[in-house]
Every structure is written in structure tokens, then in C-alpha cells.
Design a protein around this ligand. Structure first.
Ligand SMILES: Nc1ncnc2c1ncn2[C@@H]1O[C@H](COP(=O)(O)OP(=O)(O)O)[C@@H](O)[C@H]1O
Ligand SMILES: [Mg+2]
Length: 509
């Protein structure tokens, strides 16, 4: 007899429908074959399914079993077909008789028949809802992640046996109630650092606020101990809220990477801090079963690259395109897939190998050759894509020692409110477009949304000739100025905004 079970596969960030067909022949020697481009993990499914079926108390038919994963031209990866295959065998061997055409099934089986955590559940539930399935059956541990999607009933499974009993009507499973996500976004999260913990550094804090408001990339240069790492780690506390659509995208990425843990949805903008020894695939993404790298895990959040010149040159080179496009293409055995990578880059660097070049209180021990080589390592590929550059000088000891926090020092909460208002203006401005922040504007959008008066033009014209700016730098200044104006809640960019934006160009550009 032939059984058909609906399942789905992950392709990049989204899911596509898969039909699992199980045929048990009346004649022929006992065998168990899976066809339809399965990878190794799917091949091994045979052993898991065989053991799980037996250990659930059912019969594993000693007949010729053929499993076809259709469509055949799509490569199938991972262990999530275990459950639909096992179910197909129970139906095809007539141990179970039920109509399952309105349901979708996925999940990895243990040898004892229990269901294991399976990656990429969220996109598959979204697919089920989109295709109009009534029910989805998946591992219990993934139910929280699935239950945020409206329109499809989520049945959490502890084991193959519990599914068997549910389908033959002896013991029904209670569906997971829909989790309302809106309230989750309103909890006041605690942050690692608060802006008010940082003494002095008014200029750096101002730059951090502008960068947060417009999602601009920021590069900090300064001697060791100046507080660059501390400043970067404070950034999450002043970033604007994730919108629900952004949160879904981010959650899909974490679901596929298997990093969702016990959360149902990612509520905070991610903050990723990869070490410079992280592998190429770890940073950019890829692998035999392609996984998103750090640049995608930082999607809609921050990628903090501390000690930027220490990262291998070819990694920095490979980040050029994703930073420009907002997505990264990774190759796989068959064809290529893309992951989103719209992140805000915060980079930090010492000015030279010893760290004290240009510091008035320390002598630099590096040769001019060493300094140039150090700075050159990052020059081309990345620096050109950074809107804001600042120097972070060391704070004087007396200032650090100053005991009590001055009352006029702003807390992250106060700054976050301003940032949110500025971001809300941007969301409104770009409501008909697919972008959400000023930093994402193309040249054409800069022309459309950043009208400049003659005084602004004059100032820019002077700066361009004096600072020898490129066309790209020119547009970056206008984008930054747009954000500065948004923080002031004014719609017209003034020369003062341009002048401040000009301060964030690198020296000697
Ligand atoms: N402006 C500051 N206010 C308070 N503490 C600071 C400040 N600057 C540096 N520190 C202290 O110095 C330590 C080293 O700073 P860090 O951020 O690691 O510097 P960098 O990354 O520039 O080398 C921090 O952990 C922090 O305790
Ligand atoms: Mg540091």
C-alpha cells in the first residue's frame, strides 16, 4: 500500500513543501530504501526510523519498503523527515488508518521513539499556515517557537507513540495555545551596561547615539583601555525596538542555525561579537548543510568586530558584498542559497600594533612601516562602507576616579527614547519601501529624501574639495546628517547637521 505524508524542507531561510511517499510492496525481499536526493543524515534516517518504530511497540514490516521524498530534484538535508517517514510506514503497513491530508509533520526521532529538538521549525510552521494546513505536528521542545504563528494548530509531540495514539483516537494530544507576541516586546529588558556607567567620552556617546538612530556603521579608533569595547557593549541598551516583521526574520535565522534555545521569538536586536580567530564559514556562513554565519546572526542587530585589523584579510574582503547588498550568498552542493545580513557594524581598533600612536601620554614603539601596514589591513574593503569614524582617546585618570555619577549624565533609557523617536520617523519615511533606516538609502533615495538648501550644498562643496572626498563619502555624509536631523525631529537638513556629519569622516580621507 502507498501512504503520503506532508512535510517540508528548509531552503535558505524559507521552507518548501515536501511530500513523503512510502510504498510497501506485497512481494520482494525485505529492504528499506530512501530515494529523492537524500543527504547522509536522511540516509541514516532508516536506522532511526526502524528502531523508533520497534521501540514504540509497533511492527516494522519485513517487506520491501521504498520511501520517495518529492520533488526529487530538491536536495533533502537533515533528520527532520524521520517523523513523516515513520508515520508513512505505519499507515502503509495498515497499522494506522486515518486521514492526515490537512496536517504537516516534521521532527527528528531518537532510537527510543521520542522526538528531538529539530532546527528550522519556524519557517516550516509559517509555510504550513501559508499553504492552509489545519494542523502541524512537531517535537514538543519546538512547540514554543511554532506557537507564535496564527492560522495553524500546533500539536507538540513527546514521541512517535503519542502521535500514534492521537491518530488512532485512543489518547488525544492537547494543542499548544497560540502565544501572543505583542506583550513580549514590551518587557523592559535588563542590559549588561548602561550609558551612565561610562565616564566622560561625551563625543563617543554622541556618535553611538547617532549610529544607533540611523543604523550607521561606526569605527572607533583609540589606545588600549580607552573604553572602546565598553562603549560597543553599551550599544544594545540604546537601540530601537525590533519590529515584529524584523523579529520574525531574525527568529527564522536563529531557528535554522539551531540557536533559538527556549525562546519563542527573538525580542532584542542581536549583538554578535565574533573573535578574530572565528573561521571563515563561522563568520560568513556556509558549510555542507549551509548555516548562517555571524554576519547573518547579526541581521537587524549589531556585529561588533573588536580589534578589526586582526581579522584575516580574506574575511574582510568577503564582507564587502554582504555589507553592500544586505544579504550573503553561500554555495552548497547544488546551487546557492542566500541569507539576509543587514547588520550594523561596530568596529574597534588600536591606532597601531602597540596601541599608542598619537597618544600624548605614551610613547609609540612602532615604526612608520608597521603603523602603515597595520592601518592598511582594513583600508579598502571595509572602511569605505563605514559612515562614521571616531577617535576614542583615553579618559584621564581623575575623571575615571570621580566617585558618584553626576546627575546630568544621561541613562541609556533616556537616550533610547530619543533614538526610538528618530527611528520612528525613518520607519514612516520609508513605509512604502523595504528599508527601515537612513543608512540603507541608495543614492537615488538620498536624492529623494534628503533635499539640501544652497547653504548645505556650499558647505559640502567646500568639504569635498578640501577633504578630497569620494562620491560615496559624499552620500554617507548626507545620510548621517539626515539622522542627526531626525534626532532633533526636524525635517529639513541644516548646515549644522552637515557640519557635524563631516566630523565623522576619517582623518586624511
Ligand atoms: N570612560 C570610562 N568610564 C568607565 N570605565 C572605563 C572607561 N574607559 C575605560 N574604562 C574601564 O577600563 C576597562 C577597559 O576598557 P575597554 O573598553 O576594554 O578598553 P579598550 O577596548 O579601548 O581597550 C573597562 O572595562 C572599564 O572598566
Ligand atoms: Mg577592547
Amino acid at each position: 500500500m502507498l501512504a503520503k505524508v506532508n512535510s517540508s524542507a528548509i531552503l535558505g531561510l524559507d521552507a518548501v513543501p515536501i511530500e513523503v511517499e512510502v510504498d510497501i510492496a506485497a512481494q520482494g525481499l525485505p529492504s528499506f530504501t530512501i530515494v529523492g536526493l537524500p543527504d547522509k543524515a536522511v540516509e541514516e534516517s532508516r536506522e532511526r526510523v526502524r528502531a523508533a518504530v520497534k521501540n514504540s511497540g509497533a511492527d516494522f514490516p519485513a517487506k520491501r519498503i521504498i520511501v520517495n521524498l518529492a520533488p526529487a530534484d530538491l536536495p533533502k538535508e537533515g533528520p527532520s523527515y524521520d517523523l513523516p517517514i515513520a508515520l508513512g510506514i505505519l499507515i502503509a503497513s495498515e497499522q494506522l488508518s486515518t486521514d492526515i491530508s490537512d496536517s504537516l509533520f516534521l521532527g527528528e526521532l531518537s532510537l527510543d521513539g521520542s522526538l528531538r529538538h529539530t532546527i528550522g521549525v519556524l519557517p516550516q510552521v509559517m509555510l504550513a499556515a501559508r499553504l492552509g494546513y489545519q494542523k502541524i505536528f512537531l517535537p514538543q521542545v519546538n512547540a514554543k517557537e511554532a506557537a507564535i504563528i496564527k492560522g495553524v494548530t500546533v500539536y507538540p509531540l513527546a514521541s512517535l507513540l503519542s502521535l500514534f495514539k492521537h491518530l488512532n483516537g485512543t489518547e488525544s494530544i492537547t494543542p499548544n495555545p497560540l502565544i501572543k507576541v505583542a506583550p513580549l516586546f514590551h518587557d523592559d529588558t535588563l542590559y549588561e551596561f548602561d550609558l551612565s556607567d561610562i565616564k566622560g567620552q561625551e563625543q563617543a556617546k554622541r556618535a553611538l547615539e547617532i549610529a544607533a538612530a540611523g543604523a550607521h556603521n561606526l569605527f572607533m579608533k583609540g589606545p588600549p583601555g580607552a573604553g572602546k569595547t565598553m562603549l560597543a557593549r553599551t550599544l544594545p541598551s540604546i537601540l530601537p525596538r525590533l519590529t515584529f516583521e524584523e523579529a520574525l526574520d531574525v527568529t527564522k535565522i536563529y531557528s535554522i542555525a539551531g540557536l533559538l534555545g527556549n525562546e519563542s521569538i527573538i525580542k532584542k536586536r542581536p549583538f554578535r561579537n565574533p573573535h578574530h580567530t572565528t573561521s571563515y564559514i563561522g563568520l560568513i556562513g556556509g558549510g555542507a548543510m549551509p548555516k548562517p554565519g555571524e554576519i547573518s546572526l547579526a541581521h537587524r542587530g549589531t556585529l561588533f568586530m573588536d580589534e578589526l585589523p586582526e581579522f584575516p584579510r580574506h574575511v574582510l574582503e568577503s564582507m564587502r558584498q554582504p555589507m553592500e547588498d544586505g544579504f550573503v550568498t553561500v554555495s552548497r552542493a547544488r546551487g546557492r542559497i542566500t541569507f539576509p545580513s543587514k547588520f550594523m557594524l561596530i568596529a574597534a581598533s588600536n591606532p597601531c600594533p602597540c596601541g599608542y600612536f598619537g597618544d600624548p601620554s605614551h610613547e609609540c614603539r612602532c615604526s612608520i612601516f608597521q603603523i602603515t601596514r597595520y592601518q592598511k589591513r582594513i583600508s579598502g574593503p571595509i572602511l569605505d562602507r563605514i559612515d562614521m569614524h571616531i577617535d576614542v582617546p583615553a579618559v584621564k585618570v581623575e575623571k575615571l576616579a570621580a566617585e558618584s555619577k553626576k546627575p546630568e549624565v544621561e541613562s541609556s533609557k533616556t537616550v533610547r527614547k530619543r533614538v526610538q523617536k528618530a527611528r520612528d520617523r525613518q520607519l514612516y519615511r520609508f513605509k512604502k519601501l523595504s528599508i527601515t533606516s537612513n543608512s540603507e538609502m541608495t543614492t537615488r533615495l538620498v536624492k529623494e529624501f534628503c533635499r539640501l538648501d544652497s547653504a548645505c550644498f556650499e558647505l559640502l562643496r567646500m568639504a569635498v574639495s578640501r577633504m578630497n572626498l569620494s562620491a560615496r563619502a559624499y552620500h554617507r555624509i548626507i545620510k548621517t546628517a539626515r539622522t542627526i536631523a531626525d534626532l532633533e525631529a526636524v525635517s529639513v537638513i541644516s548646515p549644522a547637521h552637515i557640519a557635524e556629519a563631516l566630523q565623522y569622516r576619517p582623518k586624511g580621507e
